[in-house]
Design a protein around this ligand. Sequence first.
Ligand code: AMP
Length: 129
Amino acid sequence: MAGAGYDDNNVFAKILRGEIPCRKVYEDAHALAFHDINPQAPVHVLVIPKGRYVSMRDFAATAAPDAVAGFFRAVGKIAAQLGLDDPGYRILANHGPDSHQEVPHFHVHIFGGKRLGPMLAGGRTPPKA
Ligand code: AMP
């Protein structure tokens, strides 16, 4: 069910309601994008859907098809508007404890503006016990 377990007091919910400011780069019916407060690359933008989705599992399983399509089209459009199509960029979405997801509102990170290096920090990781 959409919104199950969603915390309406998470920081991105507050940004969506306009209770906390953000450095907005894009907004349409399906998505809001703003600069990350603690950038990990020269360009680090967060894209969030407007609905109440905790994480990727929730969004993929419960969002309406037009919301999913609209959201991912917005991600592509924003990366292009940021001038990242030619040099390239990375998108990332964290889900759950192993990923270290901090904010429980589904979001996609867009990173760019430099050579981003290997896909994961630290390289090879031992399997979980
Ligand atoms: P994640 O670990 O995938 O949940 O990422 C959460 C991201 O949200 C982190 O990169 C934070 O720096 C970022 N963040 C937290 N609070 C804010 C805020 N008020 N405005 C912009 N970015 C934020």
